[in-house]
Design a binder for this molecule. Structure first.
Ligand code: CMC
Length: 432
């Protein structure tokens, strides 16, 4: 029997059905609210609004739980790879050996970009931000015939899965090319012998006469960062995918828009903001205590970037995994970096400071991913691009789930208007 909650307004009563998720999450179905009581809800930042039902990712922010398709992130981090996890998110279950081999073959086959892309890249100034190039080039993918290097699809599902592999593979090449463009370096073609992450590092760092060979520690660390970013339910960029996709825009247009949403410092851009903050503290000669003091002063406009999360209010499980990885990688590579020392001091001080403890502000995934990427030699302007590569399987899975949902409607929130009431037009000569 459906449970209900009763809302009373102006003497009228409305029974609102309660929707229960598989992990006991409760939601009020308010879809009748406006028609029956003339009310809408007001929820800035959508902190209390469920925009959809979804079977992809489960998060319990209080308990620090994150699961993809039911599998705890800790298990995936230990046993899986980014490519296997991408397949899991998109298909809803783990692949068998044949399925995974086919997916890897598709990723290899789709890695190269059409030669015309080079001309598109050349149109950008060398100092264009790689996130701008990434978004533009993902959109550009929809201009190229999908038959170019795809096998003939037998069913619409086959075609979608081929498109998904095409996008996951090409985003890595586009990302590497945007870096090469920003450095004024020649583009390096993908190497079909290399797996996903090693191939990306090859396209980023090889020189025409010298192939870059990434160390296993670096490949492992980057694989882990991508896997941990692969989905995070209805965050800002994923909601963007769904909002754009709700108008039935294609997959590439929807994901290109999400890159824009991810760019900002409150979302994916936080990993860049972390490093900029550490550099500012270090070069400005600030101590960790002074930086903490500034962050606590709401008038200073200074925040501890990489701390706090809208959903995780005790700990971010991805940050716990990445903290361990950061310790391991830094020790393995013997990195000695003053900015990383500043990061350690900030982390230690903030974790015992009542301001941060009371507000449940803990280091988030971007704090440690920024530290690791810096340690393994990823340029700062590529940090958010790497987040986008990692998040691509999640965006694709969410776009696909939305398109399969017969109840999905075009996204069209309402507002409470607080502007002028009706007022007459005044001719210019009569205006004060
Ligand atoms: N440094 C100092 N104070 C903070 C911080 C911070 N990083 N984050 C929140 N606060 C304070 C905030 O000023 C407020 O204080 P008060 O109650 O006195 O007004 C209180 O903590 C609650 O903060 P909020 O802004 O209401 O929290 P929110 O849920 O709206 O914002 C957030 C979450 C992640 C945007 C925010 O914590 C933040 O700006 N953090 C820094 C940026 C960052 O690291 N973003 C990456 C998030 S993880 C990657 C992702 O999933 O996108």
């Amino acid at each position: 029997m459906t449970r209900t909650a009763t809302l009373t307004f102006d003497g009228r009563e409305l029974k609102l059905p309660v929707v229960e998720g598989t992990e006991g999450e409760l939601a009020l179905d308010i879809s009748e609210l406006r028609a029956r009581l003339g009310l809408i809800t007001l929820d800035p930042g959508f902190g209390n609004t469920g925009a959809c039902t979804s079977a992809i990712t489960f998060i319990d922010g209080e308990k620090g739980i994150l699961r993809y398709r039911g599998i705890p992130i800790e298990q995936l981090a230990e046993h899986s790879t980014f490519t296997e996890t991408a397949w899991l998110l998109i298909h809803g279950r783990l692949p068998n050996g044949t399925e995974l081999a086919l997916f890897r073959e598709q990723l290899t086959r789709h890695a190269a970009l059409h030669e015309a892309f080079k001309h598109h890249f050349e149109g950008f100034l060398v100092d264009a931000p790689p996130m701008a190039m990434l978004s533009a080039m993902i959109n550009t993918l929809s201009c190229f015939p999908r038959r170019w290097n795809s096998s003939p699809a037998e069913t619409p599902e086959d075609e979608f899965y081929e498109e998904a592999a095409r996008l996951i593979s090409k985003v890595r090449t586009i990302a590497a090319y945007s870096y090469r463009r920003s450095m004024g370096l020649p583009f390096i073609y993908p190497d079909p012998k290399l797996p996903y992450v090693a191939n990306f590092l090859h396209m980023m760092f090889s020189m025409p006469y010298e192939q870059h060979v990434a160390s296993p520690e670096v490949v492992e660390a980057l694989n882990l960062i991508l896997l941990l970013h692969a989905d995070h339910e209805q965050n800002c960029s994923t909601s963007t995918v769904r909002v754009v996709g709700s108008s039935q825009a294609n997959l590439f247009a929807s994901c290109a828009a999400a890159v824009g949403a991810l760019w900002g410092p409150l979302h994916g851009g936080a990993n860049v903001a972390v490093l900029e903050m550490l550099a500012k503290i270090h070069h400005g000669g600030l101590s960790a205590d002074q930086a903490i003091k500034l962050a606590k002063d709401s008038k200073s406009g200074f925040k501890l970037m990489g701390f706090g999360h809208r959903v995780y209010k005790n700990f971010d499980p991805r940050a716990i995994i990445l903290k361990r990885a950061a310790d391991r990688v830094l020790a393995q590579l013997g990195v000695n970096d003053p900015l990383l020392d500043v990061a350690r001091q900030l982390e230690e001080k903030a974790l015992s400071d009542p301001y941060f403890v009371e507000r449940k502000l803990y280091p988030n995934v971007d704090f440690y991913s920024g530290i690791i990427m810096r340690a393994i030699g990823i340029p700062i302007n590529m940090f958010t691009v790497i987040f986008a590569i990692g998040r691509m399987p999640g965006w694709i899975a969410q776009w696909s789930e939305q398109h399969a949902d017969s109840k999905a409607r075009i996204a069209r929130p309402r507002q409470v208007y607080v502007g002028n009431q009706i007022s007459d037009y005044v001719p210019i000569g009569d205006r004060k």
